[in-house]
Each structure stands twice: as structure tokens, then as C-alpha cells.
Design a protein around this ligand. Structure first.
Ligand code: EPZ
Length: 420
């Protein structure tokens, strides 16, 4: 397993281009199952999760042609039984449930595994399918959903932590081919949901309200092939903006939508980070003095849970105490123990991490555990004195395209070494 070796302490300088959004790409790829005609997705990030989703589409009978940053999918004849092992391995694959129900009125897929950040239940996904008339059974690790006909319904998708992003995606996709009208209440408002709705509308779906807590879908008989360009990855953009801030560098994050990460930018501004914004870029500049701020992760447009770990590294640079509260996932502090190896002073009190910032970090051997925790360890290595080795880098490659190449182009002393 490869590792990243980082010699830290150098301010990053230069421009970096943001790739297409992983969390938009996965549901968009699943949506191509809703039609037998050819669909083209462009600005796809080159990530292991995206390649994995391609193999899932193929396992269902679709043809997938991969180009440079694009794919053409033709799901002419598909079956509703996904490959157990493939689907179990990636949580994001749950978003084939909705398209299979819409197209075939039946789906049999393995229960997606939990992961290090939490149990990742799918009760709300199944609630949405039941609301459309599906009968659901769970047997020997499979979810089996089936119905004679899918009928539009009113569905409340709010859970104990608020809306579900992929649960909203699943219900919206299934509802496009249901008979009658569906209204999703407490829908997720993430930009990736809006992006998915735009693609579905291009395919002939009738959807309004995407991006708001109430989405209305008028079912249609058939959907058609369409082309779509994936939105930029707001989490990658936030990660690189924070890389600039934690190294006190001068970094222009190009090809992003600042409005997609306004909560992050608001907290960075409050923490004293200097930056300017243009329509599609964030320009981080050296800041004189940082200060600690409190963060609570929320559903969009609140502070995104996927930037919590990276923001913690900025708080380690800021003198004073900051309290970071994780309200979305039950165990998303895996990065804390690894940061402690670098000298970080953080204590966990229930859903909150109490970060005592202002002390310089020192390089160390650390272990990546999940995608965003690993990104935080890379940021910590960039800002620490000395050398940091981030092991199990495959976690990072799931969600960041060529992270070491992009950081090297900003002057970082980082290289990828084959693991032992
Ligand atoms: C999406 O996951 C993202 N993944 C996650 O990004 C992101 O952290 C998450 O949304 C929240 O923004 C993709 O889009 C592929 P949820 P999703 O359903 O949809 C609970 C990353 O690092 N819940 O919105 O699976 C759940 O346990 C990944 O890129 C239920 O209780 O997340 C959590 O507490 C990590 N029942 C909360 O809702 C359900 O049926 C939000 O989960 C579903 C979810």
C-alpha cells in the first residue's frame, strides 16, 4: 500500500485546478441506468470510486466507454441484481437502488457496509422506496425491493441527523418514472442533488425544487439519453484552500464555485484567513494572525462534515481553544489520534473535539483511516516541521485526483512511495 512522504513547513504558492465532484459523479453515473439510450458524462474525476462505479454499471449489463475525464454509458438491457461483493465495498453504490426501481421496478443489492465514520444505515432509502409502493425484504445481506407499479407519493426523508443526500438522490431518481407526482419533504439541499436533478431534467424528467428542502417530481413514461458536465468538487476546493491557509501560502484555487462552500469560507474568514473570491476561484493569501473559531457540522448549506477534519488542522495552527462538533456522523474523529502523534493537543468530549491550537506540529508516521481524515493528515504534514509519512494512501485516492501531483505543482515537497 503506497504512502505519501511530505517534508513540511513550506508555504504553498501557485494555482490549482479543481476536478469534477466525486459526490456528484456517483449518483450521476447511477442515473444513466434510467434509460436505454446513450448518456455522456464529462468532467468526471479520475478516482478509484468512479472506476468502481463503472464496474458496477457493467456488472448490471450496461456498456461503459471511458474517455479522458468522460464516460459514455448505454444501459440498453440491464438486470436488477447487483454483484454482492462489488456493491458491499463502496457505500456510494447504494445510489443504484433508485434507478433500478425506476427502470425495472425491482432491485436486489447487497447491504452497503458501514465504514469507519459510522454505521451508515439505509433505513431512509428504504422508507422512500416503500412510500413509492415497493415491498422490501432483507435476507442474507441483500436488500430486495420489488413492486408491480411505482406510484408517486409524499415522502418525508428527514432522519435523526437531518436529510440524507443519497437517500434523496435515490428517491428522486425512482420517482422520475413513477406514476403520478412525488413530493420529497426534508430533502437534502447539497449542490450534488441540484446537479443530479439538472441531468435528470436533461433526460426528460420533470423536477422542480432541487436544492431546496422540498422537491417535486412529476413521473414520466420514459427517459432519454443526455449529456452532462459534472460540477466542480466543493470538498476538494475547500481542502486546497485550507492547504494554502495552513501553510500560510499564496494559492489560487481555480475552477470551483465559491458559493458551494460559503460556510467553510465564512469560518475561514472568522479565523483570520485572508482571501479574495472571483466567480470560479478562491485566492488564499498569507495571513498575519489566525484565531480559533468553533465549528459545528450541519447539512448543506451548513458547515460540511466532509471538511471537518481538514478545518481541524487550521485550528491547530490558530492560538487558543476551538470546539469542533460533529453532528452528522457518529465517529468521524479518526484523524485525532494520528494528529496527536504529530504533537496535536486535542481531546474528545462526546460529539466534540476540543482543539488547543497554536503549538507547531512535528512530522511523524501516521495512518490514513478514511478519505477526509487522510486529507487532513496530508494538510498537517504540509504545515508541520520535518517529515510526515501518510500510510494507506488508497483512502485518499478514492476521493482526490492526483493529490500529490497537484500539491507538487504548488511547490509542496511531497512524493508517493510504494508501501511496504
Ligand atoms: C453523502 O453520503 C456523501 N457521500 C458523504 O461524503 C457525506 O459525508 C454525506 O453525504 C453527508 O453530507 C456521497 O455523496 C457518495 P447521508 P450519504 O445519507 O448520502 C444518516 C465523503 O467523504 N442516515 O446524507 O451516505 C447517516 O447515518 C463522503 O465524500 C440515516 O440515518 O450520507 C448520517 O448520520 C463521506 N439513515 C446522516 O444521515 C439513512 O437511511 C447523513 O447521511 C441514511 C442516512
Amino acid at each position: 500500500m503506497d504512502c505519501l512522504v511530505i517534508k513540511g513547513g513550506k508555504p504553498l504558492k501557485g494555482e490549482v485546478k479543481i476536478s469534477g465532484a466525486k459526490n456528484a459523479a456517483l449518483p450521476l453515473m447511477a442515473a444513466t441506468l434510467l434509460t436505454g439510450e446513450e448518456c455522456t458524462l464529462r468532467n468526471l474525476p479520475n478516482l478509484s470510486d468512479v472506476r468502481f462505479m463503472s464496474s458496477i454499471l457493467k456488472s448490471l449489463g450496461a456498456t461503459v466507454e471511458t474517455g479522458r475525464g468522460s464516460i459514455k454509458v448505454r444501459a440498453k438491457k440491464i438486470e436488477g441484481f447487483g454483484d454482492y461483493d462489488l456493491i458491499r465495498k463502496m457505500r456510494g453504490s447504494i445510489c443504484i437502488l433508485g434507478p433500478l426501481m425506476g427502470r425495472l421496478k425491482e432491485a436486489k443489492i447487497s447491504m452497503p457496509g458501514g465504514c469507519v465514520i459510522g454505521a451508515r444505515p439505509i433505513d431512509l432509502h428504504l422508507k422512500g422506496m416503500r412510500d413509492l409502493g415497493a415491498k422490501i425484504s432483507i435476507k442474507s445481506g441483500y436488500v430486495h425491493a420489488k413492486t408491480k407499479d411505482l406510484r408517486g407519493a409524499e415522502s418525508f426523508l428527514g432522519g435523526r441527523c437531518g436529510p440524507t443526500v443519497l437517500g434523496t438522490a435515490n428517491l428522486m431518481m425512482a420517482a422520475t418514472l413513477a406514476k403520478g407526482k412525488t413530493v420529497i419533504h426534508s430533502a437534502a439541499c447539497e449542490p450534488e442533488i441540484e446537479d443530479l436533478a439538472n441531468f435528470l431534467i436533461a433526460m426528460g424528467a420533470k423536477i422542480s425544487g432541487a436544492g431546496s428542502p422540498t422537491i417535486t417530481i412529476q413521473g414520466v413514461k420514459k427517459l432519454y439519453g443526455a449529456e452532462h458536465r459534472v460540477i466542480p468538487d466543493r470538498i476538494e476546493a475547500a481542502t486546497f484552500a485550507l492547504a494554502g491557509a495552513v501553510t500560510n501560502g499564496n494559492v489560487k484555487v481555480q475552477g470551483c464555485v465559491p458559493g458551494h462552500l460559503s460556510a467553510v469560507l465564512d469560518k475561514m474568514r472568522e479565523a483570520g484567513v485572508k482571501f479574495s473570491l472571483e466567480k470560479n476561484s478562491i485566492h488564499i493569501k498569507p495571513s498575519k494572525k489566525l484565531k480559533s473559531v468553533d465549528i459545528t457540522t450541519m447539512p448543506h448549506a451548513g458547515f460540511p462534515t466532509d471538511v471537518q477534519a481538514q478545518m481541524m488542522v487550521l485550528m491547530l495552527k490558530s492560538p487558543g481553544i476551538s470546539i469542533i462538533t460533529e453532528r452528522i456522523f457518529e465517529s468521524r474523529f479518526m484523524h485525532v489520534n494520528e494528529l496527536a502523534r504529530m504533537g496535536a493537543d486535542i481531546s474528545i468530549e462526546g460529539p466534540s473535539a476540543i482543539v488547543k491550537g497554536g503549538k507547531p506540529l512535528s512530522g511523524a508516521d501516521v495512518m490514513a483511516s478514511d478519505l477526509r481524515a487522510s486529507a487532513a493528515l496530508v494538510l498537517a504534514g504540509l504545515s508541520a516541521q520535518g517529515t510526515t509519512r501518510v500510510n494507506r494512501v488508497y483512502h485518499i485516492d478514492r476521493g482526490y485526483e492526483d493529490i500529490d501531483g497537484k500539491l507538487r505543482s504548488l511547490g509542496a515537497n511531497i512524493k508517493r512511495e510504494p508501501g511496504h
